[in-house]
Design a protein around this ligand. Structure first.
Ligand SMILES: [Fe+2]
Length: 170
């Protein structure tokens, strides 16, 4: 029965305080990724209006990209020697990306909200990246660099897609 109560450990050369610190930052990001994934899908499902097809497809591509990070991020936490998220409830307790349960949101408000969320996510990833650099965690830093670029790419698409036609031509 000792195995049943044994802590779930993974080999790591870092001190437990370092691992705790890195894992805490990464698990917060993971909760944000799941919350943003679901919000992006929510808007993909509920968007309407003359640009329906464009927005519907754009948000699906963005949701796929966001979801693709989650497994890699969770397993990075496990490789560091810590545990990661266990449930939807765990996500809800940690997420900083706010849910949007409104019955109707205009398409431009959807794009603006996701643009803001992705911009915030990029900033939070940069903060964790700096912590990784301090702790010499090159592997996590390298993953974050790719995901920061992806978040900035999503922000760019959302910004350009929501510009009024006259502003886009100047
Ligand atoms: Fe779909």
């Amino acid at each position: 029965m000792a195995r049943r109560t044994a802590p779930l450990e993974t080999a790591s050369s870092r001190t437990s305080a370092q691992v705790r610190d890195l894992a805490a930052g990464l698990n917060l990001l993971l909760a944000d990724f799941f919350a943003l994934y679901f919000k992006t899908k929510n808007f993909h499902w509920h968007v309407s209006g003359p640009h329906f097809r464009d927005y519907h497809l754009l948000l699906d591509q963005q949701a796929d990209q966001i979801f693709a990070t989650t497994d890699i991020l969770a397993e990075r936490v496990r490789k560091l020697g810590a545990t990661t998220l266990h449930s939807i409830g765990h996500i809800a307790r940690l997420q900083r990306v706010l849910d949007n349960d409104a019955e109707y949101v205009t398409p431009l408000d959807m794009l603006a909200e996701l643009r803001e969320d992705n911009g915030q996510l990029a900033l939070r990833m940069k903060e964790v990246h700096d912590r990784c650099a301090e702790e010499d965690d090159i592997a996590t830093a390298s993953l974050l660099e790719v995901w920061i670029d992806e978040a900035e790419n999503r922000t760019w698409y959302l910004f350009e897609a929501s510009r009024p036609a006259e502003a886009a031509s100047t």
